[in-house]
Design a protein around this ligand. Sequence first.
Ligand SMILES: [Zn+2]
Ligand SMILES: [Zn+2]
Length: 211
Amino acid sequence: SSGIHNLEPLETTISDMERFKDSAKFELNCPNCSHLFPFGGIIASNFYKMCYNGVQCKNCDHVFNMIQFTSQLESVIRSHISLYYAGWLYCDDSTCRNVTRQISVFGKRCLNDGCTGVMQFKYTDKQLYNQLLYFNSLFDMEKNKKQLLKPLYYEGDIDYPSEQLAESAILALTEQNRKLFEISQGVIDKYLDNCGRRYVDMGAIFDFMMN
Ligand SMILES: [Zn+2]
Ligand SMILES: [Zn+2]
């Protein structure tokens, strides 16, 4: 057998499984049959398969063209950025957990009667940055070839795929989809650059990535 079960121990300090454990999945919507399913790179899935020219919906056999794929990617990124800007806050007192929208005149103190908690951003700049790094990882040629991606499914999950991909198929499909992956990473990089420059304290990222 092959696939994720035969991986050698990771050399890196932290695996994508751990680094992106809280990242939201990239959900694709089939333009032909409207099925919604998570995309996790070149992996086994009951809902899609990679073919030589892109992502194919297993429900209706439609193959996403380049624009159908990258426009959905861009739309998902924008929805995360909107969520970040929406500025939801939550109270850090576990007995309170007051959630509120950021208002123009805002103190960090929780406004619930008698609560001494401090309001924290629900979607932090670090989470957003990490979310974009997760999307970026899905189109990383090396990570796909070595199957170092964060798994979408674990054994026992209801959607755990019944058939795994052969290593040779993974290698071939990665090369065949090089253009799709490069263009997708280009889409993400545009936002990653902005995010990195404008919103994120690099020291904090470094600390976050290394812990
Ligand atoms: Zn479909
Ligand atoms: Zn509170």
